[in-house]
Design a protein around this ligand. Structure first.
Ligand SMILES: [Zn+2]
Length: 208
């Protein structure tokens, strides 16, 4: 794993084929080939403070997004609400426990662990990655990152809320509550966070 990561940090100049080792760049800086001055790569995303802000914002939306109802149905005078967790539990109690576990994993557990993992990585970078345990933990978190980001599928749930809201709108009045707002915000902030995050660049912090 470590060898693969080192190989990925070496790139070839498009113009003169010189092998150049990728390094972490300060923001707004472009890397040029030392021999022919062709532009090699721009600053990757990964502004550490920017990611920290997005991460804290996402974690702030995380609990209300999962605990408050995302859909509120008013049907013939009765009011029904459902949060993401309640929805998954309801599906499981109907016997579709595989679906329930999948919903819990993709919409609740994986995004939560992903956010905590990125927060941990940022805090370790801020701490300087000097001690052995810091580097080991950081490496381990990076190795798990691919799996976690694949399991995180918030967008599917945002789409399914909208679809069910349109379908149910004929039969009952739909209200979106605090939970809907928080879940949508969680989705958006996580989207920006994952856009900002660059795994290859995160590995390069270990070289410095
Ligand atoms: Zn060159």
């Amino acid at each position: 794993m470590q060898d693969d990561a080192v190989d990925q940090t070496v790139i070839l100049c498009r113009a003169c084929d010189m092998a150049v080792r990728k390094r972490a760049l300060p923001s707004g800086v472009r890397a040029l080939c030392p021999r022919c001055h062709t532009a090699l790569y721009d600053t990757p995303y990964c502004s550490i403070n920017g990611m920290l802000a997005l991460c804290v914002a996402a974690l702030a939306f995380y609990l209300p997004a999962n605990l408050f109802p995302v859909l509120e149905l008013h049907f013939l005078g009765s009011v029904r609400t459902a949060s993401v967790v309640e929805g998954a539990m309801a599906v499981m109690s109907l016997g579709y426990w595989v679906v329930g576990v999948a919903v819990l994993t993709a919409a609740v557990v994986a995004p939560g662990i992903l956010l905590l993992s990125i927060l941990g990585q940022i805090l370790l970078i801020k701490a300087g990655l000097k001690q052995g345990w810091q580097r080991t933990t950081y490496e381990w978190l990076l190795e798990q990152h691919g799996l976690l980001s694949q399991l995180t599928m918030l967008e599917i749930y945002v789409i399914s809320f909208l679809v069910s809201a349109f379908q149910l709108a004929d039969f009952s009045d739909i209200y979106f509550g605090v939970g809907t707002f928080c879940f949508t915000m969680l989705f958006l902030v996580t989207l920006f966070l994952q856009r900002e995050y660059n795994l290859e660049h995160m590995w390069s912090y270990l070289d410095v």
